[in-house]
Design a protein. Structure first.
Length: 244
């Protein structure tokens, strides 16, 4: 049976494809107010601004290519059971050939109804719809849900909304990695947003675990690989593939 490699990634994985990170200088949060473009309140105040923000991010994602880090992760599938958890809303891992990608902060390539029930409900609101659809074009103001006529929105996770994490699956993966000497790799994330830090810490008991970043924060007995994701992930993937 193939050994398991679990990879948890953030914006640094796609940075070398030209997609800006969030907290680096000139990052998305330096140039936009989080409250305006990534919260339910911002959406209610000015949906056009929110749609413009995500339309620009969709265009950036469509007008670029996977980099060496994405391709090296895909290459691992030749010999490993690779499970990707990514905070990135682009589709560069899939376009590099990865077949098992969970988007914990949603994806730009799917839309949902603004009344979708995975948006946490407040007593005064009606979040009762289940409409979601894959789509390659940006959502426009006035585009309505075919089920309930609610305004459509990108299927991304905003602050205050639930992340798409299957904790049971993660516990199974940790157990599986421990039993078959699997590997955990965290790449290109500042791990400042829930559930990043929790997820990274939950792989603590594993023998083989790496943090890859331009500026990795020391974390227990993880092996820190400092540098560009394209270079460090390529070296690590070569090593893991040679080991089998
Ligand atoms: P951040 O911008 O917080 O962190 C990016 C990380 O990537 C930093 O640690 C950088 O040092 C590192 N980095 C940058 N370029 C790199 C490169 N070429 N190679 C390796 N590392 C590099 O982005 P995230 O951690 O992904 O959430 O942010 C997590 C979440 O916070 C996002 O998904 C977003 C944001 O608020 C939502 O919008 C809900």
């Amino acid at each position: 049976m193939k050994k398991t490699v679990v990879i948890f990634s953030g914006a640094g994985l796609s940075a070398e494809s030209g997609i800006p990170t969030f907290r680096d200088s000139n990052g998305l949060w330096e140039n936009h107010k989080v409250q305006d473009v990534a919260t339910h309140d911002g959406w209610q105040r000015n949906p056009q601004l929110v749609l413009d923000f995500y339309a620009a991010r969709l265009a950036a994602s469509q007008n670029t290519e996977p980099n060496e880090a994405h391709r090296s992760i895909a290459r691992l599938e030749e010999k490993y059971n690779v499970v990707n958890f990514t905070q990135n809303v682009d589709n560069l891992l899939e376009r590099a050939g990865c077949t098992n990608v969970r988007h914990v902060h949603g994806t730009l390539f799917r839309r949902k109804c603004q009344n979708h029930w995975d948006v946490p409900s407040r007593p005064e609101d009606k979040f009762s719809c289940n409409y979601k659809a894959d789509h390659v074009e940006a959502v426009k103001l006035g585009e309505e849900c075919p089920k309930c006529q609610g305004q459509l929105r990108p299927d991304v996770v905003w602050f205050g909304e639930s992340v798409e994490m299957g904790y049971e699956e993660i516990h199974r993966l940790i157990k599986n990695c421990k039993n078959n000497d699997g590997t955990f790799i965290c790449v290109g994330t500042s791990a400042q947003v829930y559930p990043a830090a929790t997820l990274v810490d939950s792989f603590y008991g594993l023998r083989n675990k790496y943090i890859v970043d331009l500026n990795p924060q020391p974390n227990g007995n993880y092996t820190l690989l400092t540098g560009k994701a394209s270079e460090q992930i390529k070296l690590l993937a070569d090593r893991l593939l040679d080991a089998i």
